[in-house]
Each structure stands twice: as C-alpha cells, then as structure tokens.
Design a protein around this ligand. Structure first.
Ligand SMILES: [Fe+2]
Length: 378
C-alpha cells in the first residue's frame, strides 16, 4: 500500500466546496485545541503522534471504514510516518498534507467577488488556514491589493495570469495578527504603499498617506477606491468603498461579529471610536453596500465558493455586535473578557513598522495559530 500526498490548495478547495473529508491530526492536544483545519464538511480526529508511535490501532479504530483519510501534522514528517503505518495495516486512500499546518497556514485561495464597472474585477483572497482576507481590484491592466499577506508570490502569480501591473498596495490598518506583504510587494514593482498615517507614527520607511478625501483610482480611473476613516480597531483604521458598491471594513466589522480594539492597553481609549464607527459612520452609508471584511472567524461565515461577505443592511439586523444599544454594555463587551492577543503580536507590529526584520522562517513562526481580531472569538 502506498500513501499519497495532498496539497494545501487541494484541501482548501475541498473545504470551500463543502466536500466531505476526514482528517487525522497528529499534533499534540494543545496545538490542536489552539488551531486546526475547520470547515462545515470536515470530520477531524486528534491523536497525538506519540500515542501512535508503537501502536497504530487507535488511529485505525477512529477512522471510518472506507473513507479517505488525510493525516496532518505541523510540518509533514510525523504525518508521513503515521500515514505509512495506516496504509501498511491494509487501509487504502491514505493521504498526508504536504508541508503540514505550515502550508495550510500560508495558502491563499482567490475567490471572485464580482465584476466591477468597465470590465473590472474584484477578488477576495481567502487565507483559509488563518482566517485572513485580502483583496485585489483589477481594471484595464492595473491592480491594487488591500491587506496583502506576506506570501507575495501568490499575488504575483495571479497578476501574471491576469496580465495586470501593480499600482498600489494598501493596508486598512497597521496589522498585529499577520505580517503585511504590502511594502515588499510595492517596492518590487515600483507601486505605492498606502497606510493610515495615524497608525504609522513609528514606521521606519517612506509610505503614502491613506486619507479620507484622497480617493484612489485603478484601471485608468475606471474604479474608485474611496477611503472612509473608521477608527476603533486601531486609531488609524480606514475602510474603503470600492466602485460605489463594496465596503471593505478591515478589522472593524465582520460578517458575524465586530472587531476589537487591537491592543489591550488602548482598548479603553478606542472603544468610543469603535462605537462611533459602527453605530454612526457606517449607519450613514447605503444599506445596499456589500461588506467585505479582513477576517472571518467561523466556518459559517464562509458563503458560496468560500466567499465571505454580507449586505450592510442585513448585518445591521443580524450581527449581534451591531445590536448592543446600551453604550455601557457595548463598552463592557468590547473591553472585558477579550480573547488572548494574537501570537507574537508585538513582534508582528514591529515588523510591520520596519523596526525589526525577521527572516522568512521566523516570520512563519510568528504567524502560526489563529487570528484573534474579533470580539466574539471561539
Ligand atoms: Fe487587525
């Protein structure tokens, strides 16, 4: 019996298309509890590698008969060992995840959001392993990317396939949960890197100021990207209305929850801004806008084809974070009992400010784990 490898891309497609899959995760319990492959159609079992070293039978007993099984570990090594033992015991259709959870954390699936005016297109890049979302606006041979992840080669490949040239990379705020690829990608292509100045007071590099009133255009002026100052997650947080139809909310508003003030120490200061943005600024916008956030938390937020979106009007009705009428209660919910800060968030912020320059492997390590940007985290 031989085992087969499966890539993060193939697993992501199965998850996003709700295909049934059975996963045996052999990492230790605490890593598994912290972060794992999730999806509506995913059946997942955790048996640590060390419990299978001498005897594979606990795995054989747990895997449903006749089903394909994908064995997963942190990097790949132990999953190959376990998969081989399972196959040797006579089971067929045994796979292992190539590159393990590291690859899973780094894969981006481009999901088409819609056509934009004048033949333009809008794509959402779903980083399914981490819950981060980034966006690419394409029009007339030009592109802008919003909230670029550090895996810039995946955007480069996409731009090449589309035959477009990069004009701008834009960050909705100074990120604390992932390392931005915006600066590196802009540098490589001579594009401009835009960042909200209020979040950039400590940055060590030149950047273009992202400000409300200074609209950005893509594709020979066909697509308008309109910055809306929307503080609360950070003091500089800025949203965008794209092509008068889509509202990119960054980490302020998600489909099923709301953002949290990003740093525990400043939560008290920023909570008023957050309320003002969610209950007043956004309220003044058209209810027909389609909200496209920078994160998703739960599998239930993934819609058709994996697209994460919702009508602003519907979110005002259904999102619990937009329905806390009492200001004191709101203050309490967004400042108390918050989930832990993202892993290595201080180092990630310093990297995004250009103060430290970790190598690729260190950057990977810093980003391992789930994002914890929402108030209502699991
Ligand atoms: Fe954030």
């Amino acid at each position: 019996m031989t085992i087969q490898k499966i890539t993060a891309k193939e697993v992501a497609k199965m998850v996003l298309h709700n295909e049934e899959l059975c996963i045996l995760d052999v990492r230790n319990e605490s890593d598994f509890k912290d972060w794992k492959i999730e999806g509506n159609s995913v059946e997942i079992i955790n048996i640590p590698y060390f419990d299978l070293l001498d005897d594979i039978s606990p795995a054989l007993e747990s895997i449903p008969d006749g089903k394909n099984v994908i064995v997963v570990c942190a990097k790949e090594g132990s999953s190959i060992f376990v998969a081989e033992q399972i196959a040797e015991a006579g089971r067929s259709n045994v796979f292992y995840l190539e590159g393990g959870m590291k690859s899973w954390s780094e894969y981006l699936e481009p999901v088409r959001v819609a056509d934009l005016s004048g033949g333009g297109e809008l794509y959402q890049f779903v980083r399914i392993g981490k819950g981060c979302l980034s966006y690419m606006v394409i029009s007339n041979g030009e592109a802008a990317i919003i909230d670029t992840s550090r895996m810039i080669d995946q955007y480069e490949q996409f731009m090449q396939e589309k035959g477009v040239k990069l004009l701008h990379t834009i960050d909705t705020h100074l990120h604390a949960d992932h390392i931005s690829g915006g600066r590196a990608l802009a540098q490589k292509y001579g594009a401009t890197y835009l960042l909200p100045p209020k979040d950039a007071t400590e940055v060590t590099f030149d950047y273009e100021k992202l400000e409300e009133g200074k609209d950005i255009y893509v594709g020979n002026e066909t697509i308008k990207v309109q910055p809306i100052y929307s503080p609360g997650h950070t003091i500089g947080s800025t949203s965008f209305i794209i092509d008068n139809k889509y509202l990119l909310t960054g980490d302020i508003l998600f489909v099923e929850s709301i953002g949290r003030p990003d740093l525990a120490g400043l939560a008290e200061d920023w909570v008023g801004d957050l309320r003002e943005t969610l209950y007043s600024r956004y309220k003044d916008l058209s209810e027909a806008l389609i909200v496209l956030p920078a994160h998703f938390g739960k599998g239930t937020e993934l819609g058709e084809r994996g697209l994460v979106s919702g009508r602003l009007g519907a979110l005002y009705k259904e999102n619990p974070g937009l329905n806390i009428q009492n200001e004191g209660e709101f203050r309490k919910i967004v400042t108390e009992n918050l989930p832990p800060q993202p892993n290595s968030y201080q180092e990630i912020r310093q990297t995004n400010m250009g103060k430290i320059n970790p190598n690729k492997e260190e950057q990977r390590e810093m980003e391992i784990g789930p994002n914890r940007c929402a108030v209502h985290d699991k």
